[in-house]
Design a protein around this ligand. Structure first.
Ligand code: SF4
Length: 337
């Protein structure tokens, strides 16, 4: 069995050095592109309401990810609390936008490492950090401790893509699988619906760095599960708010048509999208014709790898109660017959 690359970094001492460099960014926080410059080591909170210690809302084997991640025993999901974005339609808003509640879920780095080892003991195929951006240094510290104690599973970085390139460079060889959501092809939508500036450029720079590290090919083990690579998720939003066509064009032209994409139909209105009339364009599920337009864009761009959800399978995973369900994904190549 090929070991994850963080094991080589552990052996040379490089993993510990990377953790220190990542933690140094907390002193005047530039861990994400918001660049708040607050001192998180001194518990000064800013846009993500997150300080020195990691916050874990939930950890569990999860069966609703793409098949090469869920496998038969599940992905080992660790859901961090809080977030550096404020998506008005966030499907996990109970944990991403409730910082007063989430502070109760603060844990030590040692406890975070113990959770990873517990998921490994339960037979999970990987450790899948959900919303890791604002806790990247804490995540790396947890991996260092867990690796010392025997963790050998691939690390999945399941992110909103509003990530700092400097942080991602420090995660080179620490993270095995990048799983970014590419949310918008326009800054205006990022500002209106996720409350951040410059989403388009930041997310594209971040994903280009992920691609530099992994390339387009997915490395699968003998068990058919994903050990290394990049999978870009595209959630189809109503009224073409995400700009899926433009994002696919960018992936094809700037990265490669061989990059794996995961096209998702599961959107449903929740959080402010369900209640605030200002966000009426997001107040319904997608229509079948919107979904088929996104699927046609995949074909038009000649994208060769990845998965897509069944249109009827919408909203089957990332449900707020984190309950598991059968995967609604199918392989892009199967769809083409
Ligand atoms: S990680 Fe949090 S505190 Fe740091 S720059 Fe981003 S939003 Fe600000």
């Amino acid at each position: 069995m090929k070991l994850p690359s963080y094991i080589s970094l552990l052996a040379t001492g490089e993993l510990a050095a990377r953790v220190q460099r990542l933690e140094a960014l907390l002193e005047q926080c530039t861990v994400c592109p918001r660049d708040c410059l607050n001192n998180r080591l001194n518990s000064e909170l800013a846009a993500c309401y997150s300080g020195k210690l990691p916050i874990v809302s939930s950890y569990t084997p999860h069966f609703g990810e793409e098949p090469a991640l869920s496998g038969t025993n599940g992905a080992g999901n660790i859901f961090f609390g809080n977030c550096n974005l404020r998506c008005v339609y966030c499907q996990n808003y109970q944990i991403s936008q409730t910082h007063k509640e989430q502070i109760k879920n603060e844990v030590t780095h040692e406890r975070l490492a113990a959770m990873m080892l517990e998921l490994a003991t339960q037979g999970c195929h990987n450790i899948n950090f959900v919303s890791p951006t604002h806790f990247a240094p804490q995540m790396a510290r947890g991996i260092l401790i867990a690796a010392h104690q025997g963790l050998r599973l691939p690390i999945v970085y399941n992110t909103n893509a509003y990530d700092s390139v400097e942080v991602l460079r420090l995660l080179d060889g620490v993270v095995d699988v990048y799983l970014p959501d590419l949310k918008y092809a326009e800054d205006e939508a990022g500002y209106l619906y996720s409350k951040v500036k410059g989403y388009k450029e930041c997310s594209r720079l971040a994903i280009a760095e992920m691609y530099r590290q992994t390339g387009a090919e997915l490395v699968l083990g003998e068990d058919g599960l994903l050990k290394r690579g990049l999978v870009i998720r595209l959630l189809v939003l109503p009224n073409d708010i995400g700009g899926v066509h433009e994002s696919l064009e960018w992936i094809r032209d700037t990265l490669s048509p061989r990059v794996a994409v995961s096209l998702m139909a599961q959107y449903y209105p929740t959080n402010q999208a369900a209640t605030n009339p200002r966000h009426i364009l997001l107040s319904r599920r997608i229509t079948e014709s919107e979904w088929l337009r996104a699927v046609s864009a995949l074909e038009e761009m000649g994208m060769e790898n990845g998965w897509m959800q069944e249109f009827d399978g919408a909203a089957y995973y990332y449900r707020p109660d984190f309950s598991n369900s059968d995967t609604p994904f199918k392989d892009i190549r199967d769809f083409r017959g």
